[in-house]
Design a protein around this ligand. Structure first.
Ligand code: PBG
Length: 325
């Protein structure tokens, strides 16, 4: 064939492929979620998340040390609260000596240079399992936002570097920014879970924290997966209210949303490669149905290529190890 143009020339060996690769991914762009429980010496398997654990703080410290040596230095902390401490007011969320705040102080004390991102939402503390206060089956917005602002302040005081509201209440970014600024925490960052969809992919996470909603679903606050324009509206609103970074969640079924937001905002965009996305790959690999390492790389690169600057992922360690090998 007399072909002048042959795109395959740019793929002919690994060095050329590396040279023309359009997407790069570094361990430093990953955030590792950690599920923290009370006690010491605890490393409790999570049934629906193969090879992921709930860790007591002492064990989490070991994990953080190892991850730092692999090049990951940002951690998203989620406390696992026992049922006995949950109630309909989610009052444990504002307990300054409760696990949710204590874990931040203890980790920051040992690793002052680790970047800690903390979750602002009521579901781990709420006996109803919802992200906001519930009254007559309604998830209250404004009353919840007041609590969230106090919660974010407690986290900032404890040493959180980035507070990350995952609740999807209206107006919470503005309220949190105002509270942080008025209390002297003008340097505490906010990563907004801006386009957080009501998703079945959160199942294993709710198993990890035993935080599944006790009634109904989260569709009156989390987004409808049929919507795209609305995601832009949410991101723009959060940026206007003071968000330093915006997030799309989940990642894989929402790659178009990541790209859409990346093309229209000027702040860093993050994507949350959620628990269900993790377990799908881990379980398929365990069954021998796929090449786990290759699938992890392809997945993470696709999220990066879609436009995400930062990826929150349970594969952080798998990726960092591969990169260090
Ligand atoms: C709740 C929260 C959820 C996740 C992070 N924060 C679950 C939910 O909204 O029900 C899910 C993360 C994951 O699935 O990995 N505030």
């Amino acid at each position: 064939m007399n072909l002048k143009i042959r795109p395959r020339r740019n793929r002919k060996n690994a060095s050329i492929r590396d040279m023309v690769a359009e997407t790069t991914l570094n361990a430093s762009q990953l955030i590792m979620p950690l599920f923290i429980c009370d006690g010491s010496g605890q490393k409790i398997a999570i049934k629906s998340m193969p090879n992921y654990f709930r860790l007591s703080v002492d064990q989490a410290l070991k994990e953080i040390k190892e991850m730092q040596s692999l090049g990951v230095n940002t951690f998203a902390l989620f406390p696992a609260i026992p049922d006995a401490l949950k109630n309909s007011k989610a009052s444990e969320a504002l307990n300054a000596s409760g696990l949710g705040i204590r874990m931040i102080k203890e980790i920051k004390n040992k690793f002052p240079d680790a970047v800690l991102m903390t979750d602002v939402a009521l579901d781990p503390f709420n006996s109803d399992g919802h992200d906001g206060l519930v009254k007559n089956n309604e998830i209250l917005n404004d009353e919840t936002v007041e609590i969230l602002a106090k919660m974010a302040l407690l986290q900032a005081q404890a040493g959180s570097d980035i507070v990350a509201p995952s609740d999807m209440m209206d107006g919470r970014i503005g309220a949190i920014r105002k509270t942080l600024d008025s209390e002297g925490f003008k340097n505490t960052s906010i990563m907004a879970y801006s386009a957080k969809y009501a998703s079945a992919y959160y199942g294993p996470f709710r198993d990890a924290l035993e935080s599944a909603p006790k009634f109904g679903d989260k569709k009156t606050y989390q987004m409808d997966y049929r919507n795209r324009t609305e995601a832009l509206r949410e991101a723009q609103l959060d940026i206007k209210e003071g968000a330093d970074m915006v997030m799309v969640k989940p990642a894989l079924a929402y790659l178009d949303i990541i790209r859409e937001i990346k093309n229209s905002v000027k702040v860093p965009v993050a994507a949350y490669n959620v628990s269900g996305e993790y377990s799908m790959i881990k379980l398929a690999a365990q069954a021998g149905f796929c090449d786990e390492k290759k699938m992890i790389l392809e997945t993470l690169y696709s999220i990066k290529r879609a436009g995400s600057d930062i990826i929150i992922t349970y594969f952080a360690k798998d990726f960092a190890k591969m990169q260090n090998d």
